[in-house]
Design a protein around this ligand. Structure first.
Ligand code: BTN
Length: 325
């Protein structure tokens, strides 16, 4: 997309109602004919733009595309998304972001893809990443924290996804420890952080975020370990992918700024409030063996699960599968 067309889209998003051709030509520093050319190219890309003589132009519909211009036009973030890379097809946005970070990419660099051929899930699993339906996104952060504190950042991602779901749908998301986002008990988003660090500090962390937005039932793999869903399947409505991506990145930016100013406390509090196990009895199993049942107390500063058993002993669980009774 031509950068001028990107600017027109941004203006359509910030102004309400019609925008005159004269205003556009002034803002873009080009002739009215050049404005018309960009409007035509946007229409060819599937944007519905109404043109009314003496009033100007108005955006009435957008295609279900996800591209950097669409996303940036809706960003109000300070750090996250100040550099955005978009790939139509890639192996894994996490791998791309990792490489860019090694080459010196600035903090807040975002890699977005329409489809992934080797989407990475946790524990070496594959993350199903068909084209044209979901969000696949990786963010480069360079936080001034110690490597052992890095797991705290995953909690920022899950809260950002939950907030974005609330902003763009009528659905009520929940978070399942350690960091799945659920709708009606089914997984709708997965997060995968990767890190490059020395013993005394972090070089960078990659926050990998996959959200099932408009995936239909037939597009899910058959061999899923846990029930999965998409926002479309739960709400019956298609989600505008660019709007969702920008809402999520805006929230992540706010959370990251809060994290830098006030530490893990505020995000931990919100995460616990949103957790499906909050104040409930749970069972945590490790590698398939049921081991501990008790009351979910919350998470500690390292993101480990805190569980109180009937004998009033407090247990700290670093990894495992959690089931709410
Ligand atoms: C999980 O298994 O729950 C984590 C899934 C993480 C998937 C996302 S999609 C964008 C980013 N790129 C990847 O290769 N993986 C993450």
């Amino acid at each position: 997309m031509h950068p001028k067309a990107g600017t027109i889209l941004r203006l359509f998003r910030t102004e309400t109602g019609f925008i005159s051709g004269e205003f556009l030509s002034r803002e873009l520093g080009v002739s009215r004919t050049a404005v018309w050319k960009q409007i035509t190219s946007l229409r060819n890309m599937g944007y519905g733009i109404e043109a009314v003589p003496s009033r100007g132009y108005r955006l009435i519909s957008s295609p279900d595309v996800i591209n950097p211009h669409e996303v940036s036009a809706q960003l109000d973030s300070v750090t996250i998304g100040r550099h955005l890379e978009f790939l139509q097809l890639t192996a894994s946005t996490n791998a791309d972001a990792f490489r860019l970070a090694e080459e010196g990419a600035v903090e807040g660099t975002v890699v977005l893809a329409d489809a992934q051929t080797g989407g990475k899930g946790r524990r070496g699993r594959i993350w199903a990443s068909p084209a044209g339906v979901n969000l696949y996104c990786s963010v480069v952060l360079r936080p001034a924290i110690m490597p052992n504190e890095a797991p705290q950042l995953t909690f920022l991602s899950s809260v950002a996804v939950a907030r974005a779901i609330e902003k763009t749908t009528d659905l009520t998301p929940e978070i399942k420890w350690p960091n799945d986002v659920l709708i009606a008990g089914k997984k709708v988003a997965g997060l995968l952080n990767e890190m490059s660090a020395e013993t005394d500090g972090i070089n960078f962390v990659i926050l990998g975020i996959g959200v099932n937005l408009n995936m239909t039932a037939g597009e899910f793999p058959d061999d899923l370990r846990h029930p999965a869903t998409s926002l479309l399947l739960e709400s019956g409505r298609r989600v505008d992918r660019s709007r969702f991506a920008s809402a999520m990145l805006n929230e992540l930016d706010r959370l990251y700024r809060d994290f830098q100013l006030h530490g893990f406390g505020p995000v931990r509090e919100e995460w616990q409030r949103r957790c499906n196990a909050n104040g409930r009895q749970v069972i945590v199993s490790d590698s398939g063996t049921e081991c501990t049942g008790g009351m979910f107390i919350g998470i500690d500063a390292d993101g480990a699960l805190l569980l109180r058993t009937d004998d009033e002993v407090l247990h700290r669980v670093i990894s495992g599968d959690l089931r709410v009774i």
